[in-house]
Ligand binder design. Structure first.
Ligand SMILES: *Cc1c(COP(=O)(O)O)cnc(C)c1O
Ligand SMILES: [Zn+2]
Length: 415
């Protein structure tokens, strides 16, 4: 038996794991599946410890996601200074879309330029506390970057598995941190299957497999930050991109916690989900009124959202339906338009997932599902520099001219 103090130093205010399906309890540890019913495990908290957190204690904390350490299942022994990213008023975009009040939560400002730094920050510290020396994952990009960087900062070994045909931009931005990078001759699904086999053989922390319950809690910090940055209140509506569906469910979990702890007045909010049509299993289930999500084979340019069999899909559906939101999906052409629209109106260059979210916002407004007069926050979860290929064909020089004043004048671009 460890004392509460020991446990808090390792696992913050987390108390145990429980099964989201049958409710069975487990000790905190590297497990993610219920032994009784194979349901996913989730972190539960010691409410007395969580109640020690006040607005003042948060505001006196570091200017990172770790200002909410008292609400998380890990303590920041290693810290890349992740989070507390900007919440930007998007007045030009709001005007263009006929909206009254719109904000962009811009997670491209994280250390490896996506929101994945948040989940990996919690996973890396929990993995250390659990005695792991190797941090591992299967990834198509953003997670690979975040794991390799967090391991470098923590002095842990990283072993990252990627499909061999990834874009150079994602290979370089992972390999540069000096970990082990294994390019597997196969698809992302092949890489995933291999990792499941390796996880059975070796005592490694696979951030989104055996330590996934800890990892997933990192996404709550997006929700905490939005509420604090709005002056300790919730927006009326939020639009969140869906890959596995975890981020969407955790923003809702964060807001329910803040309400229950009395840190924010529990006003109602609606949660909306965004997918790309090339990989839209949760959107399809929403439209069909289904509670289960049928797997699909992903296609299209929004690769960071390309999870065909989303683990948290059914839970994301629950959150959206309970709050009165909706889920929709957009084509690749709309994703590119979304990236351009966000960039042109806000000065924020989002990755394809950001394009998915902006384009879905527009579609939800057009269908009447989203209220243009209600205060809305949208998430930009990654940096456009990582997905240049998507916009390269439409983001070209306005003109190419000889280096002469006459040529400039002739181009007719003075006004
Ligand atoms: C992983 C990822 C998401 C969504 O994550 P889930 O929690 O799996 O739904 C969104 N945007 C970007 C850029 C990502 O890399
Ligand atoms: Zn169970």
């Amino acid at each position: 038996m460890t004392s509460v103090l020991d446990r808090t130093a390792q696992f913050g205010s987390a108390s145990h794991l429980y099964c989201r399906e049958c409710g069975a309890h487990y000790d905190l540890g590297p497990s993610h599946v219920c032994e009784m019913c194979f349901g996913p495990l989730e972190i539960a908290y010691d409410e007395d410890l969580q109640r020690l957190v006040t607005r003042e204690s948060i505001e006196a904390g570091p200017a990172t996601m770790w200002r909410y350490a008292g609400l998380l299942p890990a303590a920041p022994v290693v810290d890349l200074q992740v989070g507390l990213t900007r919440l930007v008023r998007a007045d030009n975009l709001a005007r263009e879309l006929g909206m009254k009040s719109l904000w962009v939560k811009d997670d491209s400002g994280n250390p490896t330029h996506s929101f994945k730094d948040r989940v990996v920050a919690v996973a890396a510290n929990a993995a250390r506390a659990l005695g792991f020396e190797v941090l591992s994952c299967a990834s198509t990009g953003n997670l690979a970057n975040a794991v390799a960087a967090a391991a470098a900062a923590a002095g842990l070994r990283s072993v990252v598995f990627i499909p061999h045909d990834l874009e150079a931009g994602k290979v370089v931005t992972t390999a540069v941190y000096g970990g082990t990078l294994i390019a597997v001759e196969g698809s992302y699904d092949d890489v995933n299957r291999l990792c499941a086999e390796v996880a059975g053989e070796l005592p490694w922390a696979f951030v989104n497999v055996n330590v996934r319950p800890f990892y997933a809690e990192g996404s709550k910090t997006v929700g905490y930050e939005i509420a604090e940055q709005l002056g300790w209140r919730f927006p009326d509506q939020v639009v969140i991109p869906i890959a596995s569906g975890s981020l969407l469910t955790k923003v809702d979990k964060a807001w329910r916690e803040l309400g229950a702890l009395g840190l924010v007045e529990a006003t109602p909010y609606k949660v909306f989900g965004a997918q790309s049509t090339g990989c839209s299993p949760v959107s399809a289930a929403f439209r069909a009124g289904h509670e289960v999500v049928s797997p699909v084979r992903p296609s299209g340019i929004a690769k960071s959202l390309a999870i065909g069999n989303p683990a948290d899909g059914p839970y994301a559906l629950d959150v959206v339906r309970r709050t009165g939101g909706a889920i929709d999906d957009v084509t690749d052409d709309e994703v590119v338009e979304g990236i351009q629209l966000l960039a042109r109106t806000t000065g924020i260059f989002g990755e394809t997932a950001g394009g998915v979210t902006v384009a879905t916002l527009r579609k939800l407004l057009a269908s009447g599902a989203l209220d243009p007069d209600a205060e809305t926050v949208i998430l930009n979860t990654g940096d456009g520099l990582k997905t240049l290929d998507a916009v390269e064909p439409v983001a070209r020089p306005t003109a190419t001219i000889p280096a002469s004043l006459d040529a400039f004048r002739a181009a007719g671009l003075a006004s």
